[in-house]
Every structure is written in C-alpha cells, then in structure tokens.
Design a protein around this ligand. Structure first.
Ligand code: DX5
Length: 225
C-alpha cells in the first residue's frame, strides 16, 4: 500500500491559510487535514465548516476533516456540504458510534474514526467493517507540535493485525508528532497515512523541503520501532 502524507493546517499560518494549503498541494502531499476543535472535547478552538468551504475551491486535494468536537453528528452534513471528502470522528465523542458512521456514509463522504492514546482498540471491534480509515492519535489531541507517544507503536501493530485477521484492507492513519524520525517507525508498524503539521509548517525549512524530508524518511529502510 502506498504511503500517503496529509498536511495538517493546524500548524499553518492562519493569516495565509489558503496560500499555505496550496503550498502543501504543490509540495506533493496527498490530502489536507482540517483539525476542527471546539474547546470542549479538546482544550483549544480552531475553525468550523466555513474554513472548509473557503479552502475547497482553492485545492484539488482531498479535504480530510478531523472532528475534535462533542456531538459531531450535529455537524456532519454541514462539513460534507462545505466540501469535506472524509469525516473523521472520535470514538470518545460518539455514544452511538454505529449510527454516526452510518450517517457519514449516507452523506456520501469517506468514513473515518479515530482513537485517543488511552482508548483501547476494542472500542472499534464492532464497527471495523463500517470505516474507510482508522486514525491512531499519537498525541493527546488539541495542539500541534507535541511529542510523539511511543506506546502507540504497539497499538498500530495490533490494529494492523486485527484488520488483517478480518481481511480488511482499511488504511491506518497516524496523527501527532509525525516527523522524519517517527515516520519510519509508524510505517514499519503498519501505518500508511501520515498526518503531519509542525514537521511540514515551521520556520526551519520550506513546505516543499519539509514534505520532501518526510517522504525521504520513509523511503529509507529503517529498523522497526
Ligand atoms: C492534534 C492535532 C495534531 C495535528 C498535527 O490535536 O490533530 O496532531 O493534526 O500536529 P503535529 O504534526 O504538529 O504534531
């Protein structure tokens, strides 16, 4: 399975969001992740469907909307109408997860679910066949630039085994602290979608250089984590 890189605009310059999104597209990322935060599920507030609507006409990239909000079911249709190609909900915010995933499917957008670091894989056992992607959080959600949580490497490996045992080719995404050091480790563990924010948008190098460094890091054979 090819490895995909998603640029998280959480780390971008919000005063130049459209330009920064286009820079990521020109740098060759495979999708853009829009981190939606409500200040309740996570201790930070970012943006709503209006930003997805504004970015949509600027990009050919798939827009992946990561809903770090309570009651996401209230906003699914709005984000789909704004141009989201995939909606990723947190299992922790969905007491009726099966129904929420059905609702996303009915909106004709891709279905994603994500787990916080402390949430066990067993929370997804009954819905593995309903999703197009499972995102393993490798930081506690809310902020970019946090340290990678290495204990999640084993979780990624166990999830890949769980999916393989059921013959499910569901891609595993990882989100949080993904950079040229951690990217090879998560790929070796079974991740094929890398969500990266601060390793793409930073003062150290350009977006093009940072995306290239991320790509190069997963080309080289490395020891597993
Ligand atoms: C966490 C966010 C971040 C973001 C990427 O709430 O979801 O993980 O996408 O952040 P970095 O790549 O800067 O850790």
């Amino acid at each position: 399975m090819a490895i995909e890189i998603e640029a998280s605009i959480l780390a971008a310059d919000f005063a130049r969001l459209g330009e920064q999104a286009r820079q990521a597209e020109a740098a060759g990322v495979d999708a853009l992740q829009v981190d939606v935060m409500d200040g309740r599920f996570v201790p930070n507030i970012t943006f709503g469907a209006g930003v997805v609507r504004a970015l949509r006409p600027l990009l050919a990239l798939p827009l992946d909307v990561h809903l770090m909000i309570v009651e996401p079911e209230r906003y699914l249709a709005e984000f789909a109408a704004a141009g989201a190609d995939r909606l990723v909900v947190h299992q922790e915010t969905c007491p009726h997860l099966h129904r929420v995933l059905q609702s996303i499917r009915e909106l004709d957008v891709a279905v994603g679910v994500t787990l916080n670091p402390a949430t066990p894989l067993s929370a997804l056992e009954e819905v593995l066949e309903m999703v197009d992607l499972i995102q393993v959080m490798t930081v506690n959600p809310g902020f970019g630039g946090q340290a990678f949580i290495f204990s999640q490497l084993d979780k990624i490996r166990r999830l890949r085994r769980m999916l393989d045992d059921r013959g499910l080719a569901v891609p595993i995404a990882v989100d949080g602290g993904i950079d040229p050091e951690t990217a090879p480790l998560v790929v070796a563990a079974g991740a094929t979608v890398l969500v990266a924010g601060s390793s793409i948008y930073n003062q150290r190098a350009s977006v093009v250089e940072n995306v290239a460094a991320l790509r190069a890091s997963i080309q080289r054979p490395r020891a597993t984590g």
